[in-house]
Design a protein around this ligand. Structure first.
Ligand SMILES: [Zn+2]
Length: 420
């Protein structure tokens, strides 16, 4: 084994061990509170739902441990068994080295790997979520969802991949800049049309019925100068009892979406405060900044792929041969290896992103507080959502610092009260 391959193996193991350690740390911490509701939550949550939230947290965490170990073993097997160069060789022998054949290789490998993860997704939905009363999906809906997802990836991803590979031929050494530009343009287009074309493939959207709620929410949008054409209700109860709200699209395509489960759980003032929070994300330019990060991520990824594709030691460490004078044949294996290994590196940076994201949440909460003039409805909404979704109220501080994109309920309440 080459030195580089050993380094990669150690990095994969380091991540897996860290994940397992964090998970165990959190499980112990949560279990320690099982006996009674901590004083900070007296009057917030009753004992029965509190215990249930602990059981749910532990069950999810254990399943995550098993799935994580499976992923690690699969990644090691795929990378070091030689199956990838073998499959690449078979592909070239049978289908040639055209752009379409190369793109097919990437697509087929990607689909094969994601199919292997399906049993865990099935178990999570029909065993775990079912046990805690969240699942409302039928087997048929679940299967159709996945088939639709694969077809969508095929219809959108395959031509895009072929175009990116074509750019290598057309533009030479600077191909990665062109490729990044094309992919970013494609992502922006997708963001624009997704609410109209893609999301309706999975859910039904109906305008929020006339009434005081609708009047209040539109008034809020007007007051905050957040032009929206429609406020829609999504039939998310078709799949799960978990609840949420979001907005999608840009400019005149913008659409505010409330889960039907959210409307069922919250009162009108609480819903208004949740929507004010979402508008806060927009007004404070969080959406724009996250988009900026994702664009920068695409550029960095393509720059890294282009750089690595010129380093023979990189793909040779995993058994791929060097092809003289045929750039795409070196770039395609590099792309695949990059996709497989990106998480091993980005894992260590995710806490930084989460620090940022948690700051955004505080800012959006403060915005909602300012716009609605009171903190209580938002606090009440957050409490209800925590309880209904059986959120972990007492995560280990290191665990939440590492993984949580949102502050905990207690942290958000404290920040909201400080402002009053
Ligand atoms: Zn938020």
């Amino acid at each position: 084994m080459q030195l580089f391959a050993i380094v990669v193996l150690l990095l994969i193991l380091a991540r897996a061990i860290t994940e397992l350690w964090l998970s165990r740390l959190n499980q112990r911490h949560v279990r320690a509170h099982w006996n009674e509701v901590p004083p900070a939550f007296h009057g917030v949550i009753d004992e029965a739902p509190y215990r249930r939230s602990i059981d749910y947290t532990l069950a999810k965490s254990r399943l995550g441990d098993v799935a994580g170990m499976f992923d690690t073993l699969l990644l090691i097997a795929v990378l070091f068994s030689g199956v990838l160069p073998w499959a690449f060789g078979r592909f070239k022998a049978n289908f040639g080295t055209s752009i379409w054949a190369m793109a097919s290789f990437l697509v087929v490998t990607g689909i094969a790997l994601s199919v292997l993860a399906l049993p865990f997704a099935w178990y999570a939905q029909f065993k775990l979520e079912e046990r805690f009363g969240f699942n409302t999906t039928t087997m048929k809906t679940w299967m159709v969802d996945h088939v639709k997802g694969f077809l969508l990836a095929l219809v959108l991803g395959y031509p895009l991949l072929a175009l990116v590979l074509k750019l290598i031929e057309w533009t030479g050494a600077n191909w990665w800049l062109w490729a990044a530009t094309v992919v970013i343009a494609f992502q922006l287009l997708l963001l624009l049309v997704a609410p109209a074309i893609i999301m309706p493939l999975f859910n039904k959207f109906t305008p929020l019925p006339e009434g005081t709620l609708r009047k209040h929410l539109f008034a809020l949008a007007q007051r905050t100068n957040f032009p929206t054409r429609s406020i829609d209700v999504m039939d998310s109860s078709k799949r799960s009892r978990h609840s949420n709200a979001f907005f999608t699209g840009f400019g005149r395509f913008r659409k505010i979406v409330l889960f039907d489960t959210l409307i069922a759980q919250l009162t009108d003032p609480e819903l208004e405060s949740v929507l004010a929070h979402e508008i806060g994300h927009y007004k404070k330019r969080h959406v724009l900044r996250l988009l900026g990060i994702s664009i920068a991520g695409v550029v960095v990824a393509f720059a890294a792929i282009a750089w690595l594709a010129r380093r023979q030691w990189f793909y040779r460490a995993f058994g791929f041969e060097y092809h003289a004078g045929f750039a795409a044949a070196n770039i395609v294996p590099t792309m695949l290896l990059f996709a497989l290994l990106a998480g091993t590196i980005s894992f260590w940076f995710s806490p930084l992103l989460h620090i940022w994201s948690r700051r955004f949440e505080y800012e959006a909460d403060a915005f909602a507080h300012m716009i609605t003039g009171e903190a209580q409805p938002l606090i009440q909404a957050l409490r209800k959502l925590s309880e209904k979704n059986l959120s972990n109220l007492t995560p280990h501080p290191i665990y939440s610092a590492f993984y949580y994109s949102h502050p905990t309920l207690l942290e958000r309440e404290r920040a909201l009260r400080r402002k009053t």
